[in-house]
Design a protein around this ligand. Structure first.
Ligand SMILES: Nc1ncnc2c1ncn2[C@@H]1O[C@H](COP(=O)(O)OP(=O)(O)OP(=O)(O)O)[C@@H](O)[C@H]1O
Ligand SMILES: [Mg+2]
Length: 500
Protein backbone atom coordinates (compact mmCIF):
# COMPACT_ATOMS: atom_id res chain seq x y z
CA UNK A 1 0.00 0.00 0.00
CA UNK A 2 1.27 3.44 -0.87
CA UNK A 3 1.08 6.47 1.34
CA UNK A 4 -1.75 8.13 -0.57
CA UNK A 5 -3.76 4.92 -0.42
CA UNK A 6 -3.23 4.90 3.29
CA UNK A 7 -4.59 8.43 3.48
CA UNK A 8 -7.64 7.28 1.52
CA UNK A 9 -8.12 4.39 3.89
CA UNK A 10 -8.00 6.67 6.91
CA UNK A 11 -10.48 8.99 5.28
CA UNK A 12 -12.86 6.13 4.68
CA UNK A 13 -12.55 4.94 8.26
CA UNK A 14 -13.33 8.31 9.74
CA UNK A 15 -16.21 8.76 7.36
CA UNK A 16 -17.53 5.36 8.41
CA UNK A 17 -17.52 6.65 11.99
CA UNK A 18 -14.55 4.79 13.37
CA UNK A 19 -13.90 7.04 16.31
CA UNK A 20 -10.79 5.42 17.73
CA UNK A 21 -7.99 4.62 15.34
CA UNK A 22 -4.57 3.27 16.18
CA UNK A 23 -1.81 3.84 13.65
CA UNK A 24 0.84 1.27 14.17
CA UNK A 25 4.13 2.98 13.34
CA UNK A 26 7.22 4.62 14.76
CA UNK A 27 7.10 7.21 12.04
CA UNK A 28 5.04 9.67 14.01
CA UNK A 29 5.72 12.54 11.65
CA UNK A 30 4.41 10.64 8.68
CA UNK A 31 1.33 9.63 10.66
CA UNK A 32 0.87 13.30 11.43
CA UNK A 33 1.24 14.16 7.79
CA UNK A 34 -1.39 11.61 6.79
CA UNK A 35 -3.86 12.85 9.39
CA UNK A 36 -3.51 16.47 8.35
CA UNK A 37 -4.28 15.46 4.80
CA UNK A 38 -7.29 13.45 5.89
CA UNK A 39 -8.63 16.26 8.04
CA UNK A 40 -8.32 18.68 5.15
CA UNK A 41 -10.12 16.30 2.80
CA UNK A 42 -12.98 15.88 5.26
CA UNK A 43 -13.08 19.60 6.10
CA UNK A 44 -12.40 18.75 9.71
CA UNK A 45 -10.08 20.57 12.04
CA UNK A 46 -6.82 18.88 12.89
CA UNK A 47 -5.60 18.99 16.50
CA UNK A 48 -2.15 17.83 17.50
CA UNK A 49 -0.87 16.95 20.92
CA UNK A 50 2.55 16.39 22.40
CA UNK A 51 3.27 14.77 25.69
CA UNK A 52 5.74 17.44 26.64
CA UNK A 53 3.69 20.45 25.59
CA UNK A 54 0.06 19.61 25.36
CA UNK A 55 -2.68 20.22 22.85
CA UNK A 56 -2.72 22.62 19.93
CA UNK A 57 -6.14 23.37 18.55
CA UNK A 58 -6.15 23.72 14.78
CA UNK A 59 -3.34 22.61 12.55
CA UNK A 60 -1.21 25.76 12.61
CA UNK A 61 2.31 25.10 13.79
CA UNK A 62 2.39 28.43 15.66
CA UNK A 63 -0.91 27.86 17.43
CA UNK A 64 -0.54 28.18 21.19
CA UNK A 65 -0.50 25.09 23.35
CA UNK A 66 -3.49 24.90 25.64
CA UNK A 67 -2.39 25.35 29.20
CA UNK A 68 -2.40 22.22 31.37
CA UNK A 69 -3.18 19.88 28.53
CA UNK A 70 -0.21 17.56 28.61
CA UNK A 71 -1.58 15.05 31.11
CA UNK A 72 -3.83 12.33 29.69
CA UNK A 73 -6.89 13.23 31.76
CA UNK A 74 -6.56 16.88 30.82
CA UNK A 75 -6.21 16.34 27.14
CA UNK A 76 -9.13 13.91 27.06
CA UNK A 77 -11.30 16.48 28.74
CA UNK A 78 -10.51 18.89 25.92
CA UNK A 79 -11.03 16.27 23.24
CA UNK A 80 -14.46 15.64 24.67
CA UNK A 81 -15.55 19.15 23.85
CA UNK A 82 -14.45 19.55 20.25
CA UNK A 83 -15.00 17.99 16.88
CA UNK A 84 -12.12 17.18 14.57
CA UNK A 85 -9.26 14.80 14.13
CA UNK A 86 -7.19 14.51 17.28
CA UNK A 87 -3.74 13.04 16.91
CA UNK A 88 -2.30 11.69 20.15
CA UNK A 89 1.15 10.26 19.41
CA UNK A 90 2.49 7.76 21.94
CA UNK A 91 -0.69 7.97 23.98
CA UNK A 92 -0.60 4.18 24.09
CA UNK A 93 1.69 4.38 27.08
CA UNK A 94 -1.17 5.61 29.22
CA UNK A 95 -3.49 2.79 28.33
CA UNK A 96 -2.51 0.63 31.25
CA UNK A 97 -4.30 3.08 33.51
CA UNK A 98 -7.95 1.93 33.86
CA UNK A 99 -9.11 5.49 34.51
CA UNK A 100 -7.60 6.75 31.31
CA UNK A 101 -9.11 3.81 29.47
CA UNK A 102 -12.65 4.41 30.65
CA UNK A 103 -12.32 8.12 30.08
CA UNK A 104 -11.15 7.45 26.54
CA UNK A 105 -14.11 5.15 26.00
CA UNK A 106 -16.50 7.90 26.99
CA UNK A 107 -14.75 10.32 24.69
CA UNK A 108 -14.93 7.91 21.81
CA UNK A 109 -18.65 7.40 22.41
CA UNK A 110 -19.18 11.10 21.92
CA UNK A 111 -17.71 10.91 18.46
CA UNK A 112 -20.53 8.68 17.39
CA UNK A 113 -22.65 11.79 17.22
CA UNK A 114 -19.93 14.30 16.49
CA UNK A 115 -17.61 14.26 13.49
CA UNK A 116 -14.01 13.31 13.88
CA UNK A 117 -11.85 10.74 15.57
CA UNK A 118 -9.17 10.15 18.15
CA UNK A 119 -6.04 8.72 16.59
CA UNK A 120 -3.27 7.19 18.65
CA UNK A 121 0.02 6.51 16.94
CA UNK A 122 2.99 4.51 18.12
CA UNK A 123 4.90 1.35 17.40
CA UNK A 124 3.88 -0.69 20.38
CA UNK A 125 0.35 0.33 21.29
CA UNK A 126 -1.34 -2.40 23.28
CA UNK A 127 -5.04 -1.91 23.35
CA UNK A 128 -6.69 -3.02 26.57
CA UNK A 129 -9.59 -5.43 26.26
CA UNK A 130 -12.12 -2.71 27.07
CA UNK A 131 -11.14 -0.62 24.06
CA UNK A 132 -10.71 -3.30 21.46
CA UNK A 133 -14.29 -3.41 20.23
CA UNK A 134 -14.22 0.36 19.76
CA UNK A 135 -10.93 0.64 17.96
CA UNK A 136 -9.40 -0.19 14.64
CA UNK A 137 -5.69 -0.68 14.13
CA UNK A 138 -4.09 0.31 10.85
CA UNK A 139 -0.50 0.12 9.88
CA UNK A 140 1.34 2.93 8.19
CA UNK A 141 2.91 1.48 5.06
CA UNK A 142 6.68 1.59 4.87
CA UNK A 143 8.14 4.18 2.55
CA UNK A 144 8.83 3.06 -1.00
CA UNK A 145 11.71 3.93 -3.29
CA UNK A 146 9.94 6.98 -4.56
CA UNK A 147 9.55 8.40 -1.07
CA UNK A 148 13.30 8.12 -0.54
CA UNK A 149 13.94 9.77 -3.88
CA UNK A 150 11.76 12.72 -2.93
CA UNK A 151 13.48 12.87 0.45
CA UNK A 152 16.94 12.81 -1.10
CA UNK A 153 16.09 15.60 -3.48
CA UNK A 154 14.75 17.68 -0.64
CA UNK A 155 17.80 17.08 1.56
CA UNK A 156 20.11 18.08 -1.29
CA UNK A 157 18.02 21.18 -1.98
CA UNK A 158 17.99 22.19 1.67
CA UNK A 159 21.75 21.94 1.89
CA UNK A 160 22.41 23.67 -1.40
CA UNK A 161 20.67 26.69 0.02
CA UNK A 162 23.34 26.91 2.69
CA UNK A 163 26.48 25.50 1.13
CA UNK A 164 27.70 24.19 -2.19
CA UNK A 165 26.82 20.50 -2.50
CA UNK A 166 28.47 18.40 -5.18
CA UNK A 167 26.30 15.56 -6.35
CA UNK A 168 28.57 13.10 -8.12
CA UNK A 169 26.17 10.26 -8.75
CA UNK A 170 25.45 8.48 -11.99
CA UNK A 171 21.90 7.30 -12.54
CA UNK A 172 22.93 3.83 -11.38
CA UNK A 173 24.70 5.15 -8.28
CA UNK A 174 21.62 7.07 -7.41
CA UNK A 175 19.43 4.00 -7.76
CA UNK A 176 21.83 1.94 -5.69
CA UNK A 177 21.98 4.53 -2.98
CA UNK A 178 18.20 4.72 -2.81
CA UNK A 179 17.96 0.96 -2.67
CA UNK A 180 20.29 0.94 0.26
CA UNK A 181 18.01 3.32 2.11
CA UNK A 182 15.06 0.96 1.77
CA UNK A 183 13.86 -0.28 5.11
CA UNK A 184 14.89 2.77 7.08
CA UNK A 185 12.32 5.19 8.38
CA UNK A 186 12.34 8.49 6.52
CA UNK A 187 13.68 10.19 9.62
CA UNK A 188 16.57 7.76 9.83
CA UNK A 189 17.23 8.11 6.11
CA UNK A 190 17.25 11.87 6.38
CA UNK A 191 19.78 11.77 9.20
CA UNK A 192 22.06 9.50 7.24
CA UNK A 193 21.88 11.58 4.06
CA UNK A 194 22.49 14.75 6.00
CA UNK A 195 25.53 13.27 7.66
CA UNK A 196 26.95 12.10 4.33
CA UNK A 197 26.58 15.55 2.83
CA UNK A 198 27.92 17.37 5.86
CA UNK A 199 31.14 15.36 5.95
CA UNK A 200 32.54 16.49 2.62
CA UNK A 201 29.93 18.69 1.02
CA UNK A 202 29.24 16.02 -1.57
CA UNK A 203 27.19 12.97 -2.32
CA UNK A 204 29.12 10.43 -4.33
CA UNK A 205 29.39 6.74 -5.13
CA UNK A 206 31.76 6.24 -2.22
CA UNK A 207 28.88 7.13 0.09
CA UNK A 208 26.92 4.03 -0.90
CA UNK A 209 28.79 1.61 1.37
CA UNK A 210 28.47 4.19 4.12
CA UNK A 211 24.71 4.05 3.76
CA UNK A 212 24.91 0.30 4.16
CA UNK A 213 26.99 0.70 7.31
CA UNK A 214 24.70 3.32 8.76
CA UNK A 215 21.72 1.13 8.01
CA UNK A 216 23.40 -1.71 9.73
CA UNK A 217 23.94 0.45 12.79
CA UNK A 218 20.30 1.46 12.76
CA UNK A 219 19.32 -2.21 12.75
CA UNK A 220 21.76 -3.24 15.42
CA UNK A 221 20.97 -0.33 17.65
CA UNK A 222 18.46 -2.18 19.75
CA UNK A 223 20.83 -5.06 20.25
CA UNK A 224 18.53 -7.92 19.36
CA UNK A 225 19.32 -8.36 15.72
CA UNK A 226 22.71 -8.71 14.26
CA UNK A 227 23.77 -8.33 10.67
CA UNK A 228 25.71 -11.37 9.69
CA UNK A 229 27.98 -11.30 6.70
CA UNK A 230 27.94 -14.91 5.65
CA UNK A 231 30.84 -16.24 3.64
CA UNK A 232 29.60 -19.82 3.50
CA UNK A 233 27.99 -21.10 0.35
CA UNK A 234 25.79 -24.08 -0.26
CA UNK A 235 28.80 -25.80 -1.82
CA UNK A 236 30.43 -25.69 1.63
CA UNK A 237 27.67 -27.91 2.94
CA UNK A 238 28.08 -31.64 2.42
CA UNK A 239 25.14 -33.99 2.09
CA UNK A 240 21.65 -32.77 3.04
CA UNK A 241 20.53 -33.26 -0.54
CA UNK A 242 16.85 -33.19 0.31
CA UNK A 243 17.16 -29.84 1.99
CA UNK A 244 19.33 -28.47 -0.79
CA UNK A 245 16.86 -29.55 -3.46
CA UNK A 246 14.03 -27.93 -1.54
CA UNK A 247 15.96 -24.67 -1.28
CA UNK A 248 16.98 -24.69 -4.92
CA UNK A 249 13.35 -24.99 -5.94
CA UNK A 250 12.45 -21.95 -3.84
CA UNK A 251 15.30 -19.88 -5.16
CA UNK A 252 13.31 -18.75 -8.20
CA UNK A 253 10.71 -17.03 -6.11
CA UNK A 254 13.47 -15.09 -4.36
CA UNK A 255 15.46 -14.25 -7.45
CA UNK A 256 12.48 -13.19 -9.51
CA UNK A 257 9.68 -12.42 -7.08
CA UNK A 258 7.50 -10.71 -9.64
CA UNK A 259 7.47 -13.60 -12.04
CA UNK A 260 6.96 -16.03 -9.16
CA UNK A 261 4.03 -14.00 -7.86
CA UNK A 262 2.57 -13.94 -11.34
CA UNK A 263 2.75 -17.71 -11.29
CA UNK A 264 0.87 -17.72 -8.00
CA UNK A 265 3.89 -18.49 -5.84
CA UNK A 266 4.25 -16.82 -2.46
CA UNK A 267 7.53 -15.76 -0.92
CA UNK A 268 8.56 -18.84 1.11
CA UNK A 269 7.98 -18.48 4.83
CA UNK A 270 10.81 -20.47 6.23
CA UNK A 271 12.14 -23.71 7.56
CA UNK A 272 12.86 -25.27 10.89
CA UNK A 273 16.00 -27.36 11.05
CA UNK A 274 16.12 -29.78 13.93
CA UNK A 275 18.62 -32.44 14.63
CA UNK A 276 21.89 -33.74 15.86
CA UNK A 277 24.39 -31.16 17.15
CA UNK A 278 27.22 -30.24 14.81
CA UNK A 279 25.67 -31.52 11.61
CA UNK A 280 25.32 -28.29 9.69
CA UNK A 281 22.12 -26.57 10.77
CA UNK A 282 23.68 -23.22 11.55
CA UNK A 283 25.94 -23.65 8.55
CA UNK A 284 22.89 -24.00 6.29
CA UNK A 285 21.26 -20.89 7.67
CA UNK A 286 24.31 -18.87 6.72
CA UNK A 287 24.74 -20.56 3.36
CA UNK A 288 21.11 -19.96 2.31
CA UNK A 289 21.39 -16.21 2.77
CA UNK A 290 24.61 -16.02 0.82
CA UNK A 291 23.30 -18.30 -1.90
CA UNK A 292 20.14 -16.25 -2.26
CA UNK A 293 22.00 -12.98 -2.05
CA UNK A 294 19.87 -11.74 0.79
CA UNK A 295 21.08 -10.00 3.93
CA UNK A 296 21.21 -12.29 6.93
CA UNK A 297 19.88 -11.00 10.23
CA UNK A 298 20.49 -13.13 13.26
CA UNK A 299 18.22 -13.00 16.24
CA UNK A 300 19.80 -14.23 19.41
CA UNK A 301 17.02 -15.56 21.64
CA UNK A 302 19.25 -15.51 24.68
CA UNK A 303 19.47 -11.74 24.43
CA UNK A 304 15.71 -11.39 24.68
CA UNK A 305 15.81 -12.20 28.34
CA UNK A 306 18.96 -10.35 29.15
CA UNK A 307 17.16 -7.09 29.53
CA UNK A 308 14.41 -6.30 31.96
CA UNK A 309 12.04 -9.21 32.02
CA UNK A 310 8.97 -7.12 31.31
CA UNK A 311 10.59 -5.77 28.17
CA UNK A 312 11.20 -9.12 26.55
CA UNK A 313 7.91 -9.11 24.76
CA UNK A 314 8.34 -5.60 23.51
CA UNK A 315 11.93 -6.27 22.48
CA UNK A 316 10.93 -9.28 20.56
CA UNK A 317 8.16 -7.53 18.75
CA UNK A 318 10.47 -4.73 17.83
CA UNK A 319 13.08 -7.15 16.55
CA UNK A 320 10.55 -8.84 14.33
CA UNK A 321 9.34 -5.51 13.10
CA UNK A 322 12.86 -4.44 12.23
CA UNK A 323 13.34 -7.69 10.40
CA UNK A 324 10.19 -7.02 8.42
CA UNK A 325 11.19 -3.60 7.33
CA UNK A 326 14.58 -4.82 6.18
CA UNK A 327 12.89 -7.35 3.91
CA UNK A 328 13.69 -9.16 1.75
CA UNK A 329 15.99 -10.88 4.20
CA UNK A 330 16.78 -14.19 5.79
CA UNK A 331 16.03 -14.11 9.50
CA UNK A 332 18.09 -16.65 11.33
CA UNK A 333 16.88 -17.71 14.75
CA UNK A 334 19.54 -19.98 16.13
CA UNK A 335 18.80 -22.39 18.94
CA UNK A 336 15.14 -21.58 18.99
CA UNK A 337 14.51 -23.64 22.10
CA UNK A 338 16.47 -21.12 24.15
CA UNK A 339 13.79 -18.53 23.63
CA UNK A 340 10.73 -20.66 24.01
CA UNK A 341 11.45 -23.60 26.21
CA UNK A 342 8.16 -24.26 27.89
CA UNK A 343 9.52 -24.73 31.38
CA UNK A 344 10.71 -21.15 31.76
CA UNK A 345 7.07 -20.12 31.96
CA UNK A 346 6.66 -20.37 35.68
CA UNK A 347 9.85 -18.63 36.59
CA UNK A 348 9.26 -15.46 34.63
CA UNK A 349 5.58 -14.86 35.21
CA UNK A 350 4.58 -16.15 31.80
CA UNK A 351 6.73 -13.78 29.80
CA UNK A 352 8.32 -16.50 27.70
CA UNK A 353 4.87 -17.97 27.11
CA UNK A 354 3.68 -14.65 25.78
CA UNK A 355 6.78 -14.15 23.68
CA UNK A 356 6.16 -17.58 22.28
CA UNK A 357 2.54 -16.83 21.50
CA UNK A 358 3.52 -13.58 19.86
CA UNK A 359 6.08 -15.32 17.75
CA UNK A 360 3.66 -18.00 16.60
CA UNK A 361 1.14 -15.47 15.44
CA UNK A 362 3.86 -13.45 13.77
CA UNK A 363 4.94 -16.55 11.89
CA UNK A 364 1.48 -16.75 10.48
CA UNK A 365 0.60 -13.14 9.93
CA UNK A 366 3.88 -11.50 9.12
CA UNK A 367 4.13 -9.18 6.23
CA UNK A 368 7.12 -8.59 4.09
CA UNK A 369 9.47 -11.02 2.56
CA UNK A 370 11.18 -12.59 5.51
CA UNK A 371 12.50 -16.11 5.13
CA UNK A 372 12.97 -17.60 8.58
CA UNK A 373 15.58 -20.24 9.21
CA UNK A 374 15.18 -21.52 12.74
CA UNK A 375 17.44 -24.17 14.20
CA UNK A 376 17.17 -26.37 17.24
CA UNK A 377 18.96 -29.39 18.57
CA UNK A 378 16.72 -30.05 21.51
CA UNK A 379 13.27 -31.14 20.47
CA UNK A 380 12.15 -31.91 23.98
CA UNK A 381 12.62 -28.28 24.97
CA UNK A 382 10.66 -26.95 22.03
CA UNK A 383 6.92 -26.41 22.31
CA UNK A 384 5.21 -28.84 19.91
CA UNK A 385 3.26 -26.04 18.21
CA UNK A 386 6.31 -25.16 16.18
CA UNK A 387 6.25 -28.41 14.34
CA UNK A 388 2.64 -28.12 13.28
CA UNK A 389 1.93 -27.59 9.64
CA UNK A 390 1.67 -24.06 8.46
CA UNK A 391 4.08 -22.38 10.83
CA UNK A 392 7.05 -23.18 8.70
CA UNK A 393 7.00 -24.37 5.13
CA UNK A 394 8.86 -27.45 6.20
CA UNK A 395 10.49 -29.01 9.23
CA UNK A 396 13.69 -30.83 8.38
CA UNK A 397 15.56 -33.34 10.41
CA UNK A 398 19.33 -33.11 10.09
CA UNK A 399 20.87 -36.43 11.01
CA UNK A 400 24.48 -37.58 11.27
CA UNK A 401 26.16 -37.67 7.87
CA UNK A 402 26.32 -40.98 6.01
CA UNK A 403 29.53 -42.31 4.45
CA UNK A 404 29.28 -40.28 1.23
CA UNK A 405 28.50 -37.07 3.10
CA UNK A 406 31.36 -37.72 5.52
CA UNK A 407 33.78 -38.10 2.63
CA UNK A 408 32.48 -34.81 1.26
CA UNK A 409 32.87 -33.09 4.62
CA UNK A 410 36.47 -34.28 4.81
CA UNK A 411 37.10 -33.00 1.31
CA UNK A 412 35.54 -29.61 2.05
CA UNK A 413 37.57 -29.06 5.18
CA UNK A 414 40.80 -30.45 3.76
CA UNK A 415 40.43 -28.31 0.66
CA UNK A 416 39.78 -25.25 2.77
CA UNK A 417 43.19 -25.79 4.35
CA UNK A 418 44.83 -26.82 1.09
CA UNK A 419 45.41 -30.33 2.38
CA UNK A 420 43.34 -32.34 -0.07
CA UNK A 421 46.27 -34.23 -1.51
CA UNK A 422 46.94 -37.71 -2.80
CA UNK A 423 48.48 -38.49 0.61
CA UNK A 424 44.98 -38.59 2.12
CA UNK A 425 42.74 -41.57 1.43
CA UNK A 426 39.37 -39.93 1.80
CA UNK A 427 37.40 -43.16 1.49
CA UNK A 428 39.36 -44.75 4.29
CA UNK A 429 38.86 -41.88 6.71
CA UNK A 430 35.20 -41.59 5.75
CA UNK A 431 34.75 -45.26 6.60
CA UNK A 432 36.58 -44.83 9.90
CA UNK A 433 34.45 -41.90 11.01
CA UNK A 434 31.09 -43.60 11.36
CA UNK A 435 29.04 -41.76 13.98
CA UNK A 436 30.98 -38.51 13.67
CA UNK A 437 29.20 -35.22 13.16
CA UNK A 438 30.41 -32.64 10.66
CA UNK A 439 31.76 -30.51 13.48
CA UNK A 440 33.68 -33.46 14.88
CA UNK A 441 35.10 -34.27 11.48
CA UNK A 442 36.25 -30.71 11.09
CA UNK A 443 37.80 -30.90 14.54
CA UNK A 444 39.60 -34.14 13.65
CA UNK A 445 41.04 -32.51 10.53
CA UNK A 446 42.34 -29.58 12.54
CA UNK A 447 43.87 -31.77 15.25
CA UNK A 448 45.49 -34.10 12.74
CA UNK A 449 46.92 -31.07 11.02
CA UNK A 450 48.53 -29.91 14.26
CA UNK A 451 50.03 -33.33 14.81
CA UNK A 452 51.43 -33.47 11.29
CA UNK A 453 52.80 -29.97 11.55
CA UNK A 454 54.40 -30.73 14.89
CA UNK A 455 56.02 -33.85 13.46
CA UNK A 456 57.32 -31.78 10.60
CA UNK A 457 55.75 -33.86 7.86
CA UNK A 458 52.88 -33.50 5.42
CA UNK A 459 49.42 -34.57 6.49
CA UNK A 460 48.67 -38.21 5.72
CA UNK A 461 45.87 -40.70 6.14
CA UNK A 462 47.53 -42.10 9.27
CA UNK A 463 47.30 -38.79 11.14
CA UNK A 464 43.61 -38.58 10.45
CA UNK A 465 42.92 -42.21 11.32
CA UNK A 466 44.78 -41.83 14.61
CA UNK A 467 42.79 -38.75 15.42
CA UNK A 468 39.49 -40.47 14.66
CA UNK A 469 40.40 -43.46 16.79
CA UNK A 470 41.24 -41.23 19.73
CA UNK A 471 37.89 -39.45 19.59
CA UNK A 472 34.67 -40.68 21.06
CA UNK A 473 31.99 -38.95 19.04
CA UNK A 474 29.05 -37.45 20.84
CA UNK A 475 26.68 -39.83 19.06
CA UNK A 476 28.23 -42.73 20.93
CA UNK A 477 27.93 -41.15 24.35
CA UNK A 478 24.40 -40.03 23.75
CA UNK A 479 23.18 -43.01 21.80
CA UNK A 480 19.94 -43.23 23.67
CA UNK A 481 19.03 -39.59 23.17
CA UNK A 482 19.83 -39.97 19.53
CA UNK A 483 17.49 -42.86 18.96
CA UNK A 484 14.68 -41.08 20.80
CA UNK A 485 15.33 -38.07 18.63
CA UNK A 486 15.25 -40.14 15.47
CA UNK A 487 12.01 -41.88 16.23
CA UNK A 488 10.47 -38.57 17.22
CA UNK A 489 11.64 -37.02 13.97
CA UNK A 490 10.61 -39.85 11.69
CA UNK A 491 6.98 -39.13 12.44
CA UNK A 492 7.05 -35.38 12.29
CA UNK A 493 9.77 -34.15 10.01
CA UNK A 494 11.26 -34.50 6.57
CA UNK A 495 14.67 -36.07 6.30
CA UNK A 496 17.09 -33.35 5.18
CA UNK A 497 19.28 -35.95 3.57
CA UNK A 498 16.50 -37.55 1.59
CA UNK A 499 16.37 -37.13 -2.15
CA UNK A 500 13.03 -35.37 -2.36
N1 LIG B 1 27.17 -31.05 6.41
C1 LIG B 1 28.30 -30.37 6.67
N2 LIG B 1 29.11 -30.01 5.66
C2 LIG B 1 30.25 -29.33 5.90
N3 LIG B 1 30.64 -28.93 7.11
C3 LIG B 1 29.87 -29.26 8.15
C4 LIG B 1 28.66 -29.99 7.99
N4 LIG B 1 28.10 -30.15 9.19
C5 LIG B 1 28.92 -29.54 10.08
N5 LIG B 1 29.99 -29.01 9.47
C6 LIG B 1 31.09 -28.26 10.11
O1 LIG B 1 30.84 -28.18 11.49
C7 LIG B 1 30.66 -26.84 11.90
C8 LIG B 1 29.56 -26.76 12.93
O2 LIG B 1 28.32 -27.06 12.34
P1 LIG B 1 27.00 -26.25 12.67
O3 LIG B 1 27.34 -25.12 13.56
O4 LIG B 1 26.31 -25.93 11.44
O5 LIG B 1 26.23 -27.35 13.49
P2 LIG B 1 24.76 -27.28 14.07
O6 LIG B 1 23.99 -28.35 13.39
O7 LIG B 1 24.24 -25.92 14.01
O8 LIG B 1 25.03 -27.73 15.57
P3 LIG B 1 24.31 -27.27 16.92
O9 LIG B 1 23.04 -28.04 17.01
O10 LIG B 1 25.30 -27.67 17.95
O11 LIG B 1 24.10 -25.81 16.84
C9 LIG B 1 30.34 -26.09 10.65
O12 LIG B 1 30.72 -24.74 10.74
C10 LIG B 1 31.13 -26.84 9.60
O13 LIG B 1 32.46 -26.40 9.58
MG1 LIG C 1 23.98 -24.43 15.48
Amino acid sequence: MRFHEFVDELELLIRSRYALIVIDTWELDRADDALRQVAAKLSLRYHGWRRSKGLQFGGESNAPFVEDSAAPADVLRLVEREAGVFHLPLFGEYLNDPLVVSHLRDVVDRFEVRRGAVVISGGDVRLPEALRPHAIVVRLPAPVLDDYRVLMERVIRDHTARMPVKVKLTAEDRARLLHNLLGLTLVEAEKILTRLIMVDGALSASDIPRVATAKRQAVEQDGLLEYWSATERMSDVAGLDGLKAWLTKRHVSIADPERAAGFGLPFPKGILLMGVPGCGKSLCAKAVAHEWDLPLLRLDPALLYDKFVGDSEKNFKRALRTAERMAPIVLWIDELEKAFSGNAGEQDGGVSQRVFGGFLSWLQERRGDVFVVATSNDVSALPPEFVRKGRFDEVFFVDLPGPAARAEIFRIHLRKRRQLTAAVDVDAIAAASDGFSGAEIEQAVVSALFTAFHAGGPLGTAHLLAELQATRPLSRTMQERLSTLRSWASERTVDAQGGR
